[in-house]
Structures are given as structure tokens and as C-alpha cells.
Design a binder for this molecule. Structure first.
Ligand SMILES: C[S@@+](CC[C@H](N)C(=O)[O-])C[C@H]1O[C@@H](n2cnc3c(N)ncnc32)[C@H](O)[C@@H]1O
Length: 384
């Protein structure tokens, strides 16, 4: 079925919203105020999922996507928007989630801080490998087929060079079961996991706001180094008291600065490689007042409750915090919470529970850690 629609706005998740024949239409790779002819690919209840077959009148914020893989590669779904329009769409997504999912009646104004580089910013990636098809790159949009990518325009130059090295490797050197590679860059090189051929899981380091972080490709590290200073500054602004809790703490991005602000810090993280690096990072910094625990946060809350915590920082993966974690935080009742999130929808779901527990928003900001994609990092500071 082909329809003609006008895109009203961009929704959380990145699709354009339109209406036709009493139905809601979600349009991929759209720009607000595009007038487009779309083909309906899937119907779910009253919602039609569609893709553009013809742009009748382009949006004033539509631009020609510069990447030759745009539309096929599942990676960057915002290249059709000017960078200013990407930032505006992200602010609108956060607002939408806070209003619709968190049920916040009066949403404070939201500003999304731009990335200093909107291309060649990415210092972490996962490259998919299909040895039968001999393709290396990212999953195609809506599929598990690997889009063969020669040049990825959002990768930092050192990662792009490493992609070229991997692509130049003879196929017989790839382990037979190798389906993807995790790669991360640092100030002193690039680390790959798993290691194979000449490629090593090297230990790297990066300095942010004077703190030195060691990590490798087996532990989480943030994708965009350029905004990490402002992200930490905002998340920890006004944080005060004697004791702090850092949940989903990775290699200690927030644990180190928290250890300078609080007498006692407890950090909880499930990945043992990450906690190994977090302990080492604290030790190298001469910070002995933080205790790093390798555990699933929900299980840890069930078994080892703390008391008298003044500040909780949580930075969960995209799925957000488990109900047991939100309940654990509410039981602790810290005067201040900083919620760092890479998904405004799960953030809003969790905020609704925190609002019901008596918290209110002190301040909120977006950080564009992921230019050219619909993803956005949000930090919400809450007070009891
Ligand atoms: C978004 S990252 C944040 C890491 C760190 N705060 C940072 O900024 O670098 C989320 C972290 O949560 C960890 N994680 C995921 N699920 C977890 C769980 N159920 N319990 C504990 N840690 C978990 C991941 O290994 C990852 O390090």
C-alpha cells in the first residue's frame, strides 16, 4: 500500500510521525515537515510502519545524506537531518518521553549539548562479520545481513584505519566462529576483542578531566570522548555529602571523580573486566576510599543493603534499571540522585517510579554522544 503523508515530528526511536486514513504512520528516515509518498511495510494494530518511496516536498531541515551506505546500513538513521535539526529532534524525544511515559505534567526546557565533532567522533564500535558472504560492517536496517562497509564516516580516524587493516586480512586468518569484533580506541592505540591474527586486546588509556582511565575492548567505555568532561560535570554538579553509590559503574568513569567528592564510595558493576580496570584506575589515582563490587546491581541490592547514602549515580544499559534496583534506591532514600541514560523511554519509565517515591527534577540536560543517529544521552538530577 502506498500513501501520501506529511511528517509531523520525529518520535523517540527516530521514526517520523504521520497520520493517514485514521491510522498512525511511522516513517523511517524522515524529516519533520517532509511531504512524502511512503510504502507500508508492516501493520500493527492502528500503526502502519512505512518507508519513503518519493519525497514530494522536502523538509526545510532535510539534507542529502553524505554516507553512501545511508538507508541500507542500520547505523546512522539521522543523516537526512541538518545537525541543528538532529539536536532539536533529540530534545523533543526526551520531552515526549517525560510527558507521555513519566507522566510529567510540566516538562522543563531541554537543551541537548552538541558534539564538537558530528563526524569521525566514534571511539567504540562492534563490527559484524559474515565469513560466508565475506562482508564486514554493521547490520543492515531491520535485518541481520551484514552491510559491507569500507569507510564508516562516524569512526574516529584511528578506528577507520583499524577497520581497513581488518578488511585487508586474509579470510583464512579469521577464526571460523568469529561473528563480530568489539573495538575501542584510546590515546595510545586501538584494542580489539576477541584477539586474532595480528590484532590484540591491548590495554588503552584516556584522560578525562585530569583522571586517567585504563580499559580494553572487553569492558564498556563511552562512545564519544568529546563530551565526557561536560557529561561528568553535569551529572556530579552539586553532589555533596559523605557517601555515594555508583551503579553500573564500568571502569569507573564517575567513580574516580566521586571519590574526590565523597568520603566513601561504593561502585557496583557486573563485568569483571570492567571492575578490574576500575580498581586499577582508583589505585593509580591514589584513591583508597572507593570499594568496587563485581555484581549484578539488582542481586547486590537484595543481598547487601547500605544505609545513609547521600548521592546515587546510576548509568544503566539501554534497558534501564531493573524494578528491584529502583526499589532498592527508593528504600535507601538518598537526598540526591543523578540518572545517566542512553534511552529516554526506559529513563522515563524509571523516573515515573522515582517521582512516585517523592523525587523531583532538579535539572536535566541532553548530550549528543551519538551524532547522525537518533540516540541521545540524558542526565537527570533529582532531589528528594
Ligand atoms: C552505560 S554503561 C555505563 C558504565 C559507566 N558508568 C561509564 O560511564 O563508563 C552500563 C554498564 O552497566 C554494566 N551492566 C549491565 N547490566 C548490569 C547489571 N545488571 N548489573 C551491573 N552492571 C551491569 C555494563 O557492563 C556497563 O559497564
Amino acid at each position: 500500500m502506498v500513501l501520501e503523508v506529511e511528517i509531523e515530528r520525529i518520535l523517540p526511536g527516530g521514526r517520523g510521525l504521520a497520520h493517514a486514513d485514521g491510522k498512525t504512520v511511522f516513517v523511517a528516515l524522515a524529516a519533520p515537515r517532509d511531504r512524502v509518498r511512503v510504502r507500508v511495510e508492516r501493520e500493527q494494530g492502528n500503526v502502519l510502519f512505512a518507508s519513503i518511496v518519493e519525497i514530494i516536498t522536502p523538509s526545510p531541515v532535510r539534507i542529502e545524506p553524505p554516507c553512501p551506505y545511508f538507508g541500507r546500513c542500520g547505523g546512522c538513521d539521522f543523516q537526512q537531518l541538518t545537525y541543528e535539526a538532529q539536536l532539536a529532534a533529540k530534545a523533543e524525544m526526551i520531552r515526549d518521553c517525560l510527558q507521555r511515559i513519566a507522566r510529567l505534567e510540566s516538562v522543563p526546557p531541554i537543551v541537548v549539548m552538541p558534539s564538537p565533532n558530528d563526524w569521525r567522533y566514534r571511539m567504540r564500535a562492534t563490527w559484524q562479520i559474515d565469513q560466508e558472504e565475506r562482508t564486514i560492517g554493521y547490520y543492515e536496517r531491520g535485518s541481520r545481513r551484514v552491510c559491507d562497509v569500507v569507510d564508516c564516516a562516524v569512526l574516529r580516524p584511528e578506528l577507520q584505519a583499524k577497520l581497513e587493516d581488518v578488511r585487508a586480512t586474509e579470510w583464512h586468518e579469521f577464526p571460523a566462529d568469529l561473528k563480530h569484533l568489539d573495538v575501542v580506541a584510546g590515546e595510545n592505540g586501538v584494542s580489539l576483542a576477541p584477539r586474532f591474527s595480528e590484532f590484540q586486546t591491548d590495554e588503552l588509556s584516556l584522560t578525562v578531566r585530569g583522571e586517567v582511565y585504563h580499559y580494553n575492548a572487553k569492558a564498556f567505555f563511552q562512545i564519544n570522548p568529546l563530551l565526557l568532561g561536560p557529561l561528568i560535570d553535569f551529572a556530579l554538579a552539586d553532589a555533596s555529602g559523605a557517601s555515594a553509590l555508583d551503579l553500573y559503574s564500568g571502569v569507573g568513569l564517575f567513580t574516580l571523580p566521586l571519590s574526590r567528592l565523597f568520603r566513601k564510595v561504593v561502585a557496583v558493576e557486573a563485568n569483571p573486566t570492567a571492575t578490574h580496570f576500575a580498581r586499577r584506575n582508583l589505585q593509580d589515582a591514589g584513591l583508597a576510599n572507593a570499594h568496587v563490587i563485581t555484581a549484578d546491581v539488582a542481586s547486590w541490592f537484595r543481598s547487601a543493603p547500605l544505609r545513609d547514602v547521600d548521592f546515587v549515580l546510576l548509568d544503566p544499559p539501554r534497558a534501564g534499571a531493573e524494578s528491584a534496583v529502583i526499589k532498592g534506591i527508593l528504600d535507601l532514600h538518598p537526598p540526591q540522585i543523578s540518572y545517566v541514560s542512553c534511552d529516554p523511554a526506559t529513563l522515563a519509565r524509571d523516573l515515573r517510579k522515582l517521582f512516585a517515591g517523592g523525587y523531583r527534577i532538579e535539572s536535566i540536560a541532553g548530550f549528543d554522544l551519538f551524532p547522525q543517529t537518533h540516540h541521545v544521552e540524558t542526565v537527570v538530577r533529582l532531589t528528594a
